[in-house]
Design a protein around this ligand. Structure first.
Ligand SMILES: [Zn+2]
Length: 77
């Protein structure tokens, strides 16, 4: 599967700053989709989507603080 990298401008980072950054997307046999956002201030965000529809999301602020680390299962009511 091919990886794609897309630059973005003036997006709101998890810390609240408006910065430029890069969005990176790929996938493999374990994850259907892996998305990563890298912000110019150092914040980063990762999202994994699995074949069963569940989603794992992690958001880390530029100072290393984990703002979100959650697993969202598609089939949970
Ligand atoms: Zn930041």
């Amino acid at each position: 599967m091919t990886a794609t990298t897309t630059a973005f401008r003036a997006e709101q980072a998890p810390c609240g700053r408006i910065v430029d950054g890069e969005h990176y997307q790929d996938g493999d046999e374990e994850c259907l989709v892996t998305e990563r956002w890298y912000y110019a201030c150092g914040c980063r965000s990762t999202r994994h989507e699995y074949h069963d529809g569940s989603v794992c999301r992690k958001v880390v602020r530029h100072d290393g603080t984990v703002l979100a680390d959650e697993f969202l299962a598609e089939h949970v009511p």
